[in-house]
Design a protein around this ligand. Sequence first.
Ligand SMILES: *Cc1c(COP(=O)(O)O)cnc(C)c1O
Length: 455
Amino acid sequence: MSKEIPYKIYLEESEMPKAWYNLRADMAEKPAPLLDPKTHAPATLDMLSQVFCRELAEQELNETDAYIEIPQEIRDFYKMFRPSPLVRAYCLEKKLGTPAKIYYKFEGNNTSGSHKLNSAIAQAYYAKKQGLKGVTTETGAGQWGTALSMACSYFDLDCKVFMVKVSYEQKPFRREVMRTYGASVTPSPSETTAIGRKILAEHPGTGGSLGCAVSEAVETAVSSEGYRYVLGSVLNQVLLHQTVIGLETQTALRKYDIKPDVIIGCAGGGSNLGGLIAPFVGEQLRGEANYRFIAVEPASCPSLTRGRYAYDYADTGMICPLAKMYTLGADYIPAPNHAGGLRYHGMNTMLSALRAQGILEAVSYKQTEVFEAAEQFARIEGILPAPESSHAIRAAIDEALRCKETGEEKTIVFGLTGTGYFDLAGYAKYNDGALENYVPTDAELEASFSKLPQV
Ligand SMILES: *Cc1c(COP(=O)(O)O)cnc(C)c1O
């Protein structure tokens, strides 16, 4: 007899994961190795340790341990905002008139407003353990900078954030949250770094880009004693920490004997999507189950749907290791859109490999389609979603509507990565009918691909 499924499936503290899941251990075909940006030799622990904390560099290269224990201090911090609920979207299902069953894993219940705190706290912990003074990072829309400033203040670490200049100007409130948690926030490009000065000389008046902010943060870390650079997405270590999302989801579903058919997540650098699907991909790779996995991205920054699978720089400054990934080119500056957290030119290497192996599907949506879904969701499920998260909502609604036509009772799980309280400028444009849809032409993408490094 099947149990009645509550609106929210919560886990007990004792059911929270005690280890992160490292998907690479179960991948027969591993992602291509990271390469030294200058010599093109495979990245070594020593090389990565100059940029990243030692233990995080080890996690970055670890392809053999399926489980990596979550230190007790991190588990204790997680307890302040986790486990996050897995919500059955009964109201949305009814509104859509679909026989599909829709669930979402909600990661917006913390002050940073997104899943990013899951990795921020881990990265701050390892930096502290290594005896560092502080960390540097970039932030685009501001979610990562906020999460990291929270994590750093908890462990008493200095936190220097380079914030993409357009966001710095458009999102003063996020900046103030970061400052309240003790971080210093510099608009990027800035005069404080060589790469910033170079970019300002070449592009006076530029609003900046994530890649440029990454370069400034890396330069500051490597030239300051006792500092390391930390990153909020793209890297394997970040995806590893985000597997708490998928592991909790897996436990919650098992509690009620629910087997998902489709698992959907939005994809910027890939960390929430990877974290959500990793344990389920693992089941599939081990031959235990079969699922459909769908990545959803903006049509204005379509790395998985229209990008090249090639080695590329992770940052415009070309200091980070080269990664083989679906990319639009490190110089590609996507059109401004209101899903700032999804405006990255590349994609995590594990997800890129899964895409190349045909395990991960990908779709893209224009921002008006995304905001329509956000509005529909907000009105019926109550939560005001982040524009990034709303990409996954759009895809989940479309899948549910297809089920309505075919009569299939599919179970759909999607990741609701965060809330949209700081994205009201985007909502205002949508409400005013002033949102523009920008889709790059093939010629624009080709021009960018022609500048990919020859490896
Ligand atoms: C940063 C962010 C994303 C995208 O980042 P990934 O690393 O691709 O997960 C998605 N949603 C929200 C709310 C974010 O802040």
